[in-house]
Design a binder for this molecule. Structure first.
Ligand SMILES: *[C@@H]1O[C@H](CO)[C@@H](O)[C@H](O)[C@H]1NC(C)=O
Length: 250
């Protein structure tokens, strides 16, 4: 590539980055303000109380984890939140469009594969739990991405493991193996070290998707607020009902 071309490309990336910052700034400021408020004990107690009472109504969705002790407003937390918003804005996965076929690494043999290698023809690939309940209609794949709360980043006192930011594929894979122990019977792969799946799907902190025939058919919200297992279940229930209807009609 001629050097001029390189420069053009570089400029375009810089422009895209600058634009992203501009677009996400309002959302980021709102989130930062909320984190700042949460550091006041009286506010935090009230929010925790509110969350717990909601939890009883809809216990399938994991509760928002706000521990009593972790500091919410810090340089690390702001960096993490900004990173999440930016990934969300830059992601290429769009509802109804082709599912990005990003790189992933299986835990057993550290050889690069692609996300859609794990999809079977026509069957929806739901990226999380409910594995057994819906095994008749869908396959599931968990993709372990970068740590949401690494021990050298935005620390969470609730985190069951101390995992630092992955410096190598080996570190990422061994952290993913810890996760595999918690979810036996679930296919787990790790994101590539370029974080290509995380970027393509805007997955950070966590996110749910359903992909079918190479298309994104369900796109969950940005986690943790938008992470709704109940939505996933609703989609799968409707899909199962449609399949049954089709069978009856045949
Ligand atoms: C991928 O994520 C890790 C955090 O686990 C980060 O340290 C690294 O810089 C990222 N890689 C790229 C290419 O952005």
């Amino acid at each position: 590539r001629p050097p001029g071309n390189h420069l053009l490309c570089y400029n375009r990336t810089a422009l895209k980055n600058a634009l992203a910052c501009l677009v996400i700034l309002p959302r980021f400021l709102v989130a930062a303000f909320m984190l700042w408020c949460l550091d006041f004990l009286c506010v935090r107690r009230r929010v925790l109380f509110h969350l717990r009472s909601e939890e009883e109504e809809e216990d399938e969705d994991p509760p928002l984890c706000i521990s009593d002790s972790s500091r919410m407003f810090s340089w690390e937390s702001l960096k993490a939140v900004f990173h999440g918003h930016k990934l969300d804005w830059m992601k290429s996965a769009r509802l109804g469009h082709d599912a990005p076929n990003s790189a992933v690494v299986p835990l057993a043999e550290p050889k690069r594969r692609r996300v859609l290698d794990f999809a079977r023809a026509q069957r929806p690939l739901a990226f999380q739990r409910l594995v057994l309940q819906y095994a008749d209609v869908a396959d599931a794949l968990v993709i372990y991405i970068e740590e949401a709360h690494p021990s050298d980043g935005w620390i969470s006192s609730d985190a069951p493991y101390q995992i630092r930011k992955h410096r190598s594929l080996e570190e990422r894979l061994s952290a993913a193996r810890l996760m595999a122990r918690e979810a036996p019977g679930c296919a787990i792969v790790a994101d590539s070290m370029e974080n290509s799946t995380n970027s393509a799907y805007g997955a950070y902190f966590d996110r749910l998707y359903i992909v079918q025939d190479g298309k994104v058919v369900y796109q969950g919200g940005r986690g943790p607020e938008g992470y709704r297992i109940s939505e996933l279940r609703h989609w799968l229930d409707q899909y199962r009902a449609r399949l049954r209807d089709a069978v009856i009609r045949v």
